[in-house]
Design a protein around this ligand. Structure first.
Ligand SMILES: NC(=O)c1ccc[n+]([C@@H]2O[C@H](COP(=O)([O-])OP(=O)(O)OC[C@H]3O[C@@H](n4cnc5c(N)ncnc54)[C@H](O)[C@@H]3O)[C@@H](O)[C@H]2O)c1
Length: 254
């Protein structure tokens, strides 16, 4: 536990929580008292996250889910309700996309899979969690966007399209459900050191030019994104909805 307890006894689902940013976010929610559903397609990764949470004396459970599959997401939500009684926070964070693909190089299968895991997943999470949140008197949804939601980068077309969609869908959910007590916001990370970016960090020639555009002169750590997610999910952000905050070391500002 930390000094703050903003999520005491709250039921929180984090997707993609078997690795990287999702793992750190799940840990951070748990440290503030949440009952965390650690959802991932990678059972081993999810189990490692739950072990790390339990080692700190906090509470979590594994949920094996394919966020691109409606029946699987519905089960993830229903099982979280069975386990913890309600849903207070949903963090839609899982993603997949092919690397090094322009629109010309991307196959139809890759496009469909990237859009399904990275964007359709956000719709599915909202679709199944919102009715429970409304029944419980309200809730907060946090979608992981990206600086790619705002600016293009090289040969990452399907990802960039999906992350642009996450931004728009965040606003749409906020629009439709605000009066029912649902806040929906996004957090847009810049370059963060996770298993997903291992190939970037293993190549100094790729890191140097990226880092030169960061006003803080360094890339981010998953825990720094987690703190932004907790802020927008918490009552500290009670008057904030439909927005996406950028946490990128100043990449988009400079
Ligand atoms: N790392 C960065 O630099 C960076 C920058 C901007 C945005 N992001 C975003 O942050 C989020 C987390 O990225 P990360 O860097 O921690 O990646 P990561 O690869 O470390 O974690 C992604 C997790 O998603 C899970 N996943 C993949 N497909 C799934 C599916 N179908 N169903 C359920 N789970 C699935 C993976 O098993 C993995 O555990 C993503 O939305 C990503 O787009 C990351």
């Amino acid at each position: 536990m930390t000094g703050r307890n903003r999520f005491e006894a709250k039921s929180v689902i984090v997707t993609g929580a078997g690795s990287g940013i999702g793992r750190e976010t799940a840990l951070a929610f748990a440290r503030e008292g949440a009952l965390v559903t650690v959802a991932d397609i990678n059972k081993v990764g999810a189990e490692e996250t739950v072990s790390a949470i339990e080692a700190e004396g906090c509470t979590a459970r594994v949920s094996v889910v394919d966020v691109a599959n409606a029946a699987s997401v519905e089960s993830m939500v229903e099982e979280a309700v069975d386990a913890y009684g309600r849903i207070d926070v949903l963090h839609n964070n899982a993603y997949w996309a092919p690397l090094n693909r322009s629109v010309v190089d991307t196959t139809e299968e890759e496009w469909d899979q990237a859009l399904a895991v990275t964007l359709k997943s956000v719709w599915l999470g909202c679709k199944y969690a919102i009715p429970h949140m409304v029944k419980g008197g309200g809730g907060a949804i946090v979608n992981t966007a990206s600086t790619a939601s705002f600016v293009a980068g090289p040969s990452f077309a399907a990802y960039i399209a999906a992350k642009g969609g996450v931004l728009a869908l965040t606003r749409s959910v906020a629009y439709d459900f605000g009066k029912q007590g649902i806040r929906c916001n996004g957090v847009a990370p810049g370059l963060v050191e996770t298993p997903a970016t291992e190939d970037v960090f293993s190549d100094p020639a790729r890191v140097a030019p990226i880092r030169s555009h960061l006003l803080l002169g360094r890339h981010g750590q998953p825990g720094e994104i987690a703190q932004a997610v907790l802020f927008v999910a918490s009552d500290d952000a009670a008057y904030m909805t439909g927005q996406t905050i950028v946490v990128d070391g100043g990449r988009l500002a400079g």
